[in-house]
Design a protein around this ligand. Structure first.
Ligand SMILES: [Zn+2]
Length: 270
């Protein structure tokens, strides 16, 4: 037997061990790929949430602006009505004064006291009407001032909100452009890591992720608990997870669990 064949035989006898090591390495690789994929997909989720919230802020501002414009238009209508009412009252006062003048002239030509007294009563009545009209004018004028003040305030607020909207829209445009670029790069990375994971495992990852409220399918053990559902993981279970001999899921929530070691290595490389 040659020295070479000896070596070969020795290598053969070590084969089972090698396979075991290979399994561990490959499970470890899978776990790292899964955890990496999770980190990247979570970043994509975050970007999408941020981008989803900005249009809502813009919508809120647009709604507020529309509300203010409606309010200002309503106040303006009310101002017009008040001005019309004041003009009407002023016209009435002119008419009352004309009547008073007419009755005064008629008093010069009365035939008896009864006619004179009756005209005096008419004049008194018209004077009362004038007082009443003046009182209404004062009330309308006060109301007018309040309305004009409200218009002024609403207009100032409108101007402020319109400028806010302009800023928000620019911000949104910038963020959308920026995050789309970022998102594209992340999607590429996500696809690269996905390609490292076998189809069945990847499908499981996607299924767990879809069902999890926070989009987490692979979580780290933190303070002896699953970082997805926060239930305590028994020590023996934790030990198994650390061994990297198989992929282990949380018995409460079904998420794939990784130990600190995997998490730390992934976070260092990302
Ligand atoms: Zn869990």
């Amino acid at each position: 037997m040659s020295a070479n064949e000896d070596q070969k035989k020795a290598a053969d006898s070590q084969l089972p061990n090698d396979i075991n090591e290979n399994i561990e390495v490959s499970i470890e690789k899978k776990l790292k790929a899964l955890y990496s994929l999770q980190q990247i997909d979570s970043q994509i989720d975050k970007i999408r949430i941020i981008r989803g919230e900005l249009p809502l802020e813009v919508q809120d501002l647009e709604d507020e602006i529309a509300g203010l414009q409606t309010r200002i238009a309503k106040y303006k209508d009310e101002v017009k009505l008040l001005e019309k009412q004041i003009t009407e009252k002023n016209n009435s006062i002119k008419e009352f004064n004309t009547l008073i003048k007419k009755y005064g002239e008629q008093q010069m030509n009365v035939r008896n006291n009864r006619e004179y007294d009756s005209l005096t009563k008419e004049i008194e009545f018209q004077n009362l009407e004038i007082q009443l009209a003046e009182k209404r004018i004062r009330e309308f004028t006060d109301e007018l001032e309040v309305k004009n003040q409200s218009i002024k305030e609403s207009k100032a607020l409108l101007k402020e909100r319109e400028s806010d909207l302009k800023i928000k829209k620019n911000e949104l445009k910038d963020i959308v452009e920026e995050t789309e670029k970022e998102e594209k790069a992340l999607i590429k990375k996500s696809e690269a890591y996905s390609s490292l994971i076998e189809d069945r495992l990847l499908a499981a990852y996607q299924r767990i992720r879809k069902n999890a409220r926070n989009g987490l399918a692979v979580v780290q053990i933190e303070r002896d608990a699953c970082n997805g559902c926060f239930n305590k993981i028994p020590p023996q279970h934790q030990l198994d997870i650390k061994m990297h001999k198989k992929i282990i899921v949380c018995e409460y929530c079904g998420r794939i669990l990784v130990d600190d070691d995997i998490a730390a290595q992934v976070k260092q490389n990302l």
